[in-house]
Design a protein. Structure first.
Length: 404
C-alpha cells in the first residue's frame, strides 16, 4: 500500500496484527489505543510494531511514534531505539522528525534503569476480537474460529465449519476466559494437517456469510448458527477477502511453470481435489463402469484414448461456469494460506490455477483434469490406465471442528 493510501491508526494496527502474527494477541485487544498497546507489548514487541508501521503505513507509524513520544518513559525510549536508516525513505523521515522532537525536549539517551509503573485495573469495556481461518480440506470444507468479548466476562469462542458450495456444516459456541481463548487459537495454529492463519474478524465473518448464502433451502442451518447468526456474518461490501488480498500482494505476473506446480500440488495431495457434486459424478462413474465391463480387448494406448475421451466429457460436465468459479475462489483462498505460511511459490501456483479456471475451457485446463483424475482414481485404477493412482490420496470426510 502506498503512502498516498495511508490508513488510520486502528486500521493500520489491524494490518500489523495480520503481518506480525506473534504480536497479534497484544495488538488487537488494544483496539487502536496507543497507550493500551504500549502496555500490552514487550519492549522488543513495541519496537517491532512501530517499525512495521513506519515501513508499511508511514502516516499511522508517525502518529503512533508521536503519541508514544508524548507518553514519555518506555514509549519515548521505544521511539529513540529505532534505527531510521533501516526504514524506507518516507518512514525514515517521519521517524527522524519524532526523534528530533524528543531530543529537542532534552530526551537524548536511552536510559535503561527502572521505570515507575502504576498498576491500573483493566477497563470494564476493554473488548477483544480476533479470528483464524483454516485451509480448505479435500472435500471443500474449512473452519473459522472467532473470539469476541463476552458481556458477562471472559470471552466467547465461535467455531464454524463451512463450505462455499454446501453452506454451514457445523457450529459450536463456547464461553471461556480470554487467556484460554488465546491459548486455544495458538494451539489451533499448530494443528496439522489443517493449518490456520490470522485474519480480521470482518474477513472471518464475510467468509462465513458467503457460505451461509449458499445454503440450500432443503438443508437446515445448525441450530447454534441460527441463534448466533447476527454475531457471525459480515455483509460489508468493502471487506477484502483473503483471495483478493493475496492477489494484490503478489500481483498478476505469475512465473512460468506455476500451473505445472499447481498440478503437482493436486496429484501429491497437498491441495484439493474438491470434487464436483455427487449428482455430477454419478453419470461419470456409470460411464467408467461401462468401459470397464466391455469384453472387447484393446491395446493399452487405445484404452488410454478411451479414458481421455471420457475425461474430456466429464470435465465439460463437471466444470461448468459455476463450479469453475467456485474452484477459482478456493484456489485463491488457498494461495492466501500458502502466502501467509511463507510459501510464495505455491501461493503463485494456486493463483495460476485460479486463472486457469477463469480463462480456459475445462478440457484445456490441466489443473481441472488433475483434480478429476484424483477424484476418480479408485475407478480409473480398475481400468489399469491411471498413472497417478498409487499416489492419489483417499478422500475421507472428517469434521474440521476443533473443540477447546
Amino acid at each position: 500500500m502506498s503512502a498516498s493510501q495511508d490508513l488510520g491508526l486502528p486500521e493500520a494496527l489491524e494490518r500489523a496484527a495480520r503481518a506480525l502474527a506473534s504480536h497479534a494477541d497484544e495488538i488487537r485487544p488494544a483496539n487502536g489505543d496507543p497507550a493500551a498497546l504500549l502496555e500490552s507489548l514487550s519492549g522488543a514487541g513495541a519496537g517491532e510494531v512501530l517499525a512495521w508501521l513506519l515501513a508499511n503505513e508511514p502516516a499511522a507509524g508517525e502518529e503512533l511514534a508521536a503519541t508514544w513520544a508524548d507518553h514519555g518513559g518506555r514509549g519515548a525510549r521505544t521511539v529513540l531505539s529505532l534505527d531510521a536508516e533501516s526504514l524506507p525513505k518516507d518512514g525514515r523521515k517521519r521517524l527522524r522528525r519524532a526523534q528530533h522532537r524528543l531530543r529537542s525536549r532534552g530526551v537524548a539517551s536511552l536510559e535503561t534503569g527502572p521505570v515507575a509503573v502504576v498498576a491500573t485495573l483493566p477497563k470494564v469495556d476493554d473488548r477483544i476480537e480476533f479470528a483464524r481461518i483454516s485451509s480448505i480440506d479435500p472435500r471443500g470444507a474449512r473452519a473459522v474460529y472467532l473470539v469476541e468479548s463476552n458481556p458477562g466476562g471472559g470471552a466467547r469462542l465461535f467455531a464454524v465449519v463451512f463450505d462455499d458450495a454446501r453452506g454451514i456444516l457445523e457450529c459450536e459456541v463456547f464461553e471461556t476466559t480470554r487467556s484460554n481463548a488465546r491459548r486455544f487459537l495458538r494451539d489451533v495454529a499448530r494443528r496439522e494437517p489443517i493449518p490456520t492463519v490470522d485474519v480480521s474478524t470482518e474477513v472471518a465473518r464475510a467468509l462465513v456469510d458467503r457460505a451461509a448464502r449458499a445454503q440450500s433451502p432443503e438443508r437446515a442451518l445448525p441450530r447454534a448458527f441460527s441463534e448466533w447468526r447476527s454475531r457471525l456474518v459480515e455483509r460489508d461490501a468493502e471487506v477484502v477477502l483473503p483471495g483478493q488480498e493475496v492477489r494484490e500482494a503478489l500481483g498478476e505476473d505469475l512465473p512460468a511453470g506455476a500451473l505445472d506446480r499447481a498440478v503437482s500440488l493436486i496429484l501429491d495431495g497437498q491441495v484439493g481435489p474438491w470434487p464436483p457434486p455427487p449428482e455430477t459424478l454419478q453419470p461419470i462413474a456409470e460411464e467408467i463402469g461401462k468401459l470397464r465391463d466391455r469384453r472387447i480387448i484393446v491395446s493399452g494406448s487405445a484404452r488410454r484414448e478411451q479414458v481421455e475421451s471420457l475425461l474430456d466429457d466429464a470435465l465439460t460436465a463437471s466444470f461448468g461456469a459455476e463450479f469453475a468459479a467456485l474452484s477459482a475462489h478456493r484456489f485463491e483462498e488457498t494461495a492466501y494460506l500458502k502466502w501467509k505460511g511463507g510459501d510464495e511459490e505455491d501461493a503463485r501456483a494456486c493463483l495460476a490455477a485460479a486463472d486457469a479456471f477463469r480463462d480456459s475451457a475445462p478440457t484445456e485446463n490441466p489443473v481441472a483434469r488433475a483434480m478429476l483424475r484424483v477424484v476418480l482414481a479408485p475407478m480409473l485404477k480398475q481400468l489399469d490406465v491411471n498413472e497417478s493412482d498409487e499416489d492419489a490420496p483417499e478422500q475421507e470426510q472428517e469434521s474440521l471442528l476443533v473443540e477447546p
